[in-house]
Write a protein that binds this ligand. Structure first.
Ligand code: GDP
Ligand code: MG
Length: 295
């Protein structure tokens, strides 16, 4: 029999290295003012955003976001370190003349050239901190009608450089029926405008992963509700909103799709969002740049 060499320990070696380094995950939220971007961030990660004094980040943040604001947190779950970087952006399109108002946001979303510069100057094997945006959550106004022309423009620009995941903001303002129709309408519009959304089907995906992606695509855009407040339901505090129909439990899948978004972001697609950023978005940027250098 062949001699046992022992390289099967490589999975443990890789794991050890990855755990030591931890994972870096950069999420950006984009959309008009007042759609609940800051609220959603706090809903997604609030239990983790509490500092040692028991104060939450929420208290220290200004109520209205006026500039691009990056918030970093290290979350540890069962020995896995996640360095979470959340980029909150001010709403755009609030002015009479909105020419170029999205420029700072699109520029921030495109961290590829900064990374390429570091890659070209860094020593080959040195670890480069990943500042590239892995996921851009795009907030859609729950009008029930169509997207604004400015949204199409911004979405187009963003989808060229990052993974874009659309969400219907404040979906508690729509009935389930209105929500279903609005979703279809938005997806048709995005398709018509050839806006390429995440997830992508790469060749290496297996049957199970392809099916999961299909399910995600069928659900997009995630109809979400955010809340910074808790309401007691069945004796337990849950994130919820009270409105004229009653209490909307953020974490109840019969009320909204917040849970699906959270599972997607943190449980099923975190690694793929990071890999797709490096392998698809960054590589396409890089090859274009290097080609341009040759000419
Ligand atoms: P941003 O400008 O996009 O960051 O929006 P904010 O997070 O500051 O939220 C604006 C207002 O909308 C606040 O009063 C929130 O309490 C409220 N809001 C946030 N999320 C929701 C939601 O899902 N449903 C409803 N009805 N209101 C929300
Ligand atoms: Mg805000």
């Amino acid at each position: 029999a062949a001699q046992y060499v022992g390289f099967d320990s490589i999975t443990r070696q890789i794991e050890h290295k990855l755990l030591k380094r931890g994972f870096q995950f950069n999420v950006m939220v984009v959309g008009q003012t007042g759609l609940g971007k800051s609220t959603l961030i706090n809903t997604l990660f609030a239990s983790h955003l509490i500092d040692s004094k028991g104060r939450t980040e929420i208290d220290t943040q200004p109520k209205q976001t006026t500039e691009i604001h990056a918030l970093s947190h290290v979350i540890v779950e069962n020995g896995v370190r996640l360095k979470l970087n959340i980029i909150d952006t001010p709403g755009y399109g609030d002015n009479v003349n909105n020419e170029g108002c999205w420029d700072p946001i699109v520029k921030y979303a495109n961290q590829h050239s900064a990374y390429l510069r570091k890659e070209l100057t860094a020593m080959r094997d040195r670890f480069i901190p990943d500042t590239r945006i892995h996921c851009c959550l795009f907030f859609i106004n729950p009008t029930g009608h169509t997207l604004k022309p400015i949204d199409i423009v911004v979405l187009k620009k963003l989808a060229e450089v990052v993974n874009v995941v659309p969400v219907i903001a404040k979906s508690d303002s729509l009935t389930l029926e209105e929500r279903a129709i609005f979703k279809q309408r938005v997806m048709a519009e995005l398709q018509f405008n050839q806006i390429r959304l995440y997830p992508f089907d790469a060749d290496e995906l297996d049957e199970e992963e392809l099916q999961l992606n299909e399910r995600i695509r069928d659900m997009l855009p995630f109809a979400i509700v955010g809340s910074e407040k808790s309401v007691i339901i069945d004796g337990k505090p849950v994130r919820a909103r009270k409105n004229r129909w009653g209490v909307i439990n953020v974490e109840d899948e019969n009320h909204c799709e917040f849970i699906y978004l959270r599972n997607f972001l943190t449980r099923t697609h975190l690694q793929d969002l990071i890999e797709t950023t490096a392998q698809i978005h960054y590589e396409s940027f890089r090859s274009k740049q290097l080609l341009a250098l040759k000419e």
